[in-house]
Design a protein. Structure first.
Length: 394
């Protein structure tokens, strides 16, 4: 048994002062305070305060449900031998689980990438203690961003690789991914979209509306068909108009929908981040990075699936258009506290529990008995000091 001691703990719904957290076989067995429970004599105790982290905060490991890469690696192109380098990079920023996310590409290339990613997910499901793997962030499922996107709101997704949704194409992608697709972004106004949304939702995929020029009625139809989330709100969406509100009115006002946002200060102005957080609230606001291979790297040229993107001064572009980000999740959390005045605890929730609830990952995103012991240790400023994956410290 391992016992962690710290100054505070975010479950993240509540804060526990002077906490003790018990870990057995990679799972959390109990969470309490020093005043309520004694530490067994045979336990291995890790006291972060005594180890010099006077303001140590235990929080769930961050879960990024929309990211394309980092540390120079693109998830659609990385080999199985290269992915651990990306995974280790992510843990330094507090991420313990993520959804590798595709971009529109030739279907055969996409299917090959899905096969590689499915293999990585299946391999990560085995016990790290048993197979001797390094402690690192794990891919937990695949996010299909494309090919079912609007031409008008495609962003930098190549138009020649966009297709109208059909059950046959969805099935081919599903089979290539060996059922590991956990999330899919789709424009609900496209012909055939509602049928594909319904089938994906039936398979427990989190269907997310985005890259869309939908009018309000089309967005509503997508939700009725089974969509329950929205992708990088405001970006690659029909703008909000006070007489023709479109998809954004549905995203911002429907309490059935959770929604995610890129809080890097580039994709969305801080004032609009405040509008989003007030609209979606503490329970339905989700932070993502939309990070590319350029995250953690110097200015230069990098791959985003089949696309080459340029990075300069923290901005990732293709022909002048935004093309993902270089954001890390720990910075996104800190930005929420700066831009909107949210507490660190509430910002952490948007990067953990809200994300995992949106996509149905019951064992992740919270510190409670039965959950995987995926933990990030933060200081009072939200900086990452240590990361733990399934009970093992990086």
């Amino acid at each position: 048994m391992i016992v962690l001691c710290a100054k505070r703990l975010y479950t993240p719904q509540e804060e526990i002062k002077d906490p003790i957290l018990f870990i057995e076989d990679g799972l959390i067995s109990a969470v309490s305070s020093r005043a309520q429970q004694e530490i067994p004599k045979n336990a291995t105790v890790i006291d972060l305060v005594k180890d010099g982290l006077a303001d140590a905060i235990l929080a769930p490991g961050f879960v990024d449900i929309h990211m394309h890469g980092g540390a120079g690696l693109d998830v659609m192109r990385a080999t199985p031998g290269e992915l651990p380098h990306l995974n280790q990079f992510l843990t330094t920023h507090g991420v313990t689980g993520y959804f590798p996310t595709t971009v529109a590409a030739p279907l055969d290339q996409t299917c090959r990438a899905l096969e590689r990613l499915a293999h990585a997910i299946e391999a990560s499901q085995s016990s790290p203690a048993a197979n001797g793997d390094a402690v690192q962030a794990r891919p937990l499922g695949i996010h299909l961003e494309g090919p079912f996107l609007s031409h008008k709101r495609r962003g930098v997704h190549p138009p020649e690789y966009l297709v109208e949704p059909t059950l046959a194409i969805f099935e081919s992608l599903w089979q290539a991914a060996r059922g590991q697709v956990r999330m899919m972004t789709i424009a609900p106004e496209l012909p055939g979209a509602l049928e594909v949304i319904a089938e994906a939702a039936r398979r427990k995929v989190c269907v997310s509306i985005g890259h869309s020029d939908a009018v309000l009625e089309d967005a509503l139809a997508g939700v009725r068909a089974g969509a329950r989330h929205a992708t990088h709100t405001f970006n690659a969406m029909r703008p909000l108009d006070h007489r023709d509100p479109g998809i954004l009115a549905e995203v911002l006002t429907d309490d059935q929908l959770s929604a995610d946002i890129i809080v890097d200060g580039i994709h969305v102005a801080p004032e609009v981040v405040q509008i989003f957080l007030r609209a979606k609230g503490l329970e339905r606001s989700v932070l993502i990075t939309d990070a590319t291979a350029a995250a953690g790297m110097p200015d230069g040229t990098y791959q985003l699936g089949p696309i080459q993107v340029e990075v300069k001064d923290g901005k990732c572009t293709k022909d002048g258009n935004l093309a993902g980000s270089v954001l890390t999740m720990d910075r996104a959390v800190r930005n929420v506290t700066r831009f909107a005045g949210w507490t660190l605890q509430d910002a952490v929730r948007a990067a953990t529990l809200n994300a995992t609830r949106a996509v149905g990952l019951a064992q992740h995103g919270h510190l409670s008995p039965g959950a995987e012991a995926n933990i990030v240790v933060l200081n009072g400023d939200g900086e990452v000091k240590k990361t733990m994956v399934r009970g093992r410290i990086v």
